[in-house]
Design a binder for this molecule. Sequence first.
Ligand code: 3HC
Ligand code: NAI
Length: 694
Amino acid sequence: MAVDYTTRDGIAVITLNNPPVNGLGFSTRLGIVEGLEKAQADASVSAIVIIGAGKAFSGGADITEFNTPKATQEPTLHTVIKVVEGSAKPVVAAIHSVAMGGGLELALGAHYRVASAGAQIALPEVKLGILPGAGGTQRLPRAVGLETALNMIVSGAPVMSEKLAGTGLFDHMAQGDLLDEAVKFAQKVGAQSGPHPKVRDRKIEHPNAEGFIQFARNGVTPLAKNFPAPLKCIDAVEAGVKLGFDKGVAVERECFVALVQTPESRALRHAFFGERAASKIPDVPSSTPVRKIERVGVIGAGTMGGGIAMNFVNAGLPVTLLETKQEALERGLATIRKNYESAVKKGRLTAEKLEERMALITPTLAYEDLKEADLIIEAVFEELGVKEQVFSKLDQVAKKGAILASNTSTLDVNKIAAFTKRPEDVVGMHFFSPANVMKLLEVVRGAKTSKDVLATVMQLAKKIKKTAVVSGVCDGFIGNRMIEQYLRQALFMLEEGALPAQVDRAVEKFGFAMGPFRMSDLAGNDIGWAIRKRRYQEKPDLKYSKIADRLCETGRFGQKTGAGWYDYKAGDRTAHPSKIVDEMIVAYSKEQGVTRRKISDDEIVERLVLALVNEGALILEEGIASKASDIDMVYLTGYGFPLYRGGPMLYADTVGLYNVERAMRKYAAQTNGEAWKPAARVTELAAEGRGFNS
Ligand code: 3HC
Ligand code: NAI
């Protein structure tokens, strides 16, 4: 049963009981209405309390029902709220922990609201690309005032209940047991004669409401760029201010229906569920026991090690940081301090917290100091020989049950695991640079990695606020394996007729944070060069344009050398198109006997994105990723893929796999077409009319 009904001292108590967050799905909605009807019919009941069981009052409408018949099946949330508001007996919403979206809208439909401190109050719909669709844009401004409401609706950010205590939202703040106090409150108002107050009847108070709305619109427009929802939120609130409650609700409804169909909303919902789905590993049940992680060791205090250490320290976990030389250790610590100092300067951290965090780091040159660590992450030079030294040593000193992780980005985690006598405790933890900032963590599952190690690392990832995605062992794991195909296409297009600035511009217009050439200049062109040199040995038949090698031969490694695909001025990261490079590219095409042609921006985007999609499909076929949304999460959180498109695999679904396959076949017939054999998964799904996510 999604809703429980009981009575207590003359009060009907309707308890939402739909774990995990009392989402207002069909059966919950039905249960509420049935409960209200029962209460009306019971002469011994004077008032009604609606409360949530478990960890929320309600997290809102059930998002999984969106775009399904259940979402509109009566009683809809509108109907439920109408019944609540129209109840002859007063309804009291008793709020604890979470009242979000439709949950808050339901509470706003009640005649009274009692809340505990510490409850998160929000209308977060905008984060899902929609707006509050059950009267929230109309009732919240009437309850908390126009400015607070508009801020909450447009940002979607939660506000703690105690902060809203002085507003018209709450009639009573519970100090003790919420249900006890709500029942008492209900007895009091139940004894009063009606009619009981309705939020909809209140006025929106503001000295210059229209001016404020215009001000809000001016501020939001440039920020909302590719997301239609924030401005629609303002439209709906404005309609309520100008035209009154009923017309405001009609505008809200219209906007909601339009937004829920948009690809942007689909993408945002995909990302919401994708993030949560990523932590679920098909053969690792949620009941898998986890190991206790209280002390962390990090080996190597370079670019990655320092950032990795910061993640744990930020979460309050002490870190022992090991280096080979005192000098390297000091350099690493100085960089960490500098990063924290810059956060202090920006007002994001207090000077006191900075010292607290630095104090959690124990620097050392001795492996013995790692013997207490529950998790040890290696971030030393990317050479198998060095990894062997480190892991053999760890095998000797680490305590039994400690998790041994490698941050390797290209090496075989199974080989690394084999350097120990406990391969089941070894796992890849592939952080992205800068490791203290980037959300993505690829958790690389070795052939022998035990399930409890995986479960522990996935749980720990949440604690350090990373989006963790499991990848099987393969060259480049999920993210870098795909980006290699993307970069290969980018280079082919230079050879065929495009120039770096055009390619970057086209992809950035599509929404990528950075085009391939600006990205390579930032990462260092020598890194790709080293990978290609390896590929020439390993896969001599695989065709690569040698144009990037030419660039590297001239020492143009990117920003760090002041020149790469672009020219840079000292101390400035702005990329200036380079005449020398452009001439070099044109000369290279000539040398290869290629007649340069004009390549459209559409072709650039299509080839780059579909290169990701095809490799992603192979990754799914091989079981390297267990689901398409995992790949999308990698690209959204680690590679700057536009959020409003939901990741490469969802984008392919949006385009339709039939069209994707056709485009691949078209490119197969062009110059450099041998990369375009559609993956079997693409062909199969296209033939069945399905998508990666269906
Ligand atoms: N519908 C369906 N499932 C939901 C949900 C919702 N509204 N909100 C959360 N869930 C699910 C999650 O998918 C997750 O499922 P899983 O355990 O199977 O992975 C589970 O609840 C727990 O979620 P979290 O891992 O996020 O748990 P937290 O405790 O960290 O956070 C929360 C709880 C603050 C409620 C957070 O889940 C959240 O922000 N949810 C989204 C709330 C939201 O956007 N509500 C608006 C919905 S749209 C709406 O109401 C439209 C209306 O205006 C008409
Ligand atoms: P780095 O060169 O900045 O740092 C490596 C550090 O390890 C140096 O400070 C060095 O003194 C130390 N070190 C070397 N051998 C050691 C040993 N035996 N014991 C203890 N310390 C030792 O390298 P970076 O960039 O931090 O890379 C480290 C690892 O992270 C590599 O495996 C790399 O592939 C991986 N990685 C790097 C990313 C990046 O963008 N730089 C991204 C993701 C992974």
